[in-house]
Write a protein that binds this ligand. Structure first.
Ligand SMILES: CC(C)(COP(=O)(O)OP(=O)(O)OC[C@H]1O[C@@H](n2cnc3c(N)ncnc32)[C@H](O)[C@@H]1OP(=O)(O)O)[C@@H](O)C(=O)NCCC(=O)NCCS
Length: 174
C-alpha cells in the first residue's frame, strides 16, 4: 500500500465517531470525527506519512495527488480539530475495483479504534464490489485489521517494497 496512486495503489471503535458530521465511532476518551480530506490537509498529511511510514513515505507530489486527483476517496480522522489519521482509496469503476492506497494513524492515537473507523468509513463510500490493498508482510497490526474486516490474501508481490520486503495483496469481496 505504498505505491502512488498513478502506479496502481497496490501499496472504530465503538463509542462516538462522526462521518462528515454524523456520529459513528470514537477513541476511548476523545471524540473522533471522520471527514472528507482536501488539499488543505497537505502539511499534516506530510507529518503523518513521516510518522507512519518512515521507510517509504510518499514524496510530496504523491501526497498532492492523493489529496486532489479525481476518483479518489480521501477521509481523515479528526480529534478536536486536528487530523490524527488518514485513508485514501483509488476507485476504478470500469474495473469494478478500488485500491486502498494508504491508511495511517499517528502512533500516539493508534490502537484506539481509529484505523478501523477510517477503513469502514472509506469502504462505505466505495461503490465497487471488490476492494484490494497491499501490505508489508511484517505489518501484523494492519494485516490483523484487514483480516478482521473480511480481507483475504490473494497474492504475494515478492520484493515489492523499496527495502525488498514482500507485499501481501489482500482483497475483500462484498
Ligand atoms: C494499521 C493502522 C492504520 C491501524 O490503526 P489503529 O487505529 O491502530 O487500529 P485500530 O485501533 O482501529 O485497531 C483495529 C485492529 O487492528 C489490529 N491491531 C491494531 N493495532 C494492533 C497491534 N499493535 N497489534 C496487533 N493488532 C493490532 C487489531 O486487529 C485491531 O482490532 P481490535 O482492537 O479489535 O483488536 C495503524 O497501526 C497505523 O497507522 N500503522 C502505521 C501505518 C501502517 O502500517 N498502515 C498500513 C499500511 S498497509
Amino acid at each position: 500500500m505504498r505505491s502512488p496512486l498513478a502506479a496502481s495503489c497496490a501499496c472504530s471503535y465503538r463509542q462516538n465517531m462522526a462521518v462528515n458530521g454524523t456520529l459513528v465511532s470514537a477513541e476511548s476518551h476523545s471524540r473522533v470525527v471522520i471527514e472528507q480530506a482536501s488539499w488543505r490537509d497537505l502539511n499534516i498529511l506530510r507529518r503523518l506519512e513521516q510518522a507512519c511510514f518512515p521507510k517509504d513515505a510518499w514524496p510530496l507530489w504523491d501526497l498532492i495527488g492523493v489529496l486532489t486527483l479525481p476518483n479518489v476517496v480521501r477521509l481523515k480522522a479528526v480529534i478536536e480539530g486536528s487530523m490524527v489519521g488518514f485513508i485514501a482509496a483509488d476507485v476504478r469503476p470500469s474495473e469494478h475495483i478500488a485500491w486502498i492506497a494508504t491508511i495511517g494513524v499517528f502512533p500516539e492515537h493508534q490502537s484506539k479504534g481509529t484505523g478501523r473507523a477510517l477503513l469502514l468509513a472509506c469502504e462505505a463510500q466505495l461503490v465497487v464490489p471488490t476492494i484490494r490493498l497491499s501490505v508489508r508482510a511484517s505489518n501484523l497490526a494492519a494485516i490483523q485489521l484487514y483480516l478482521s474486516e473480511g480481507y483475504r490474501k490473494i497474492d504475494v508481490w515478492y520484493g515489492y517494497y523499496q527495502d525488498g520486503e514482500d507485499g501481501l495483496v489482500m482483497e475483500k469481496q462484498r
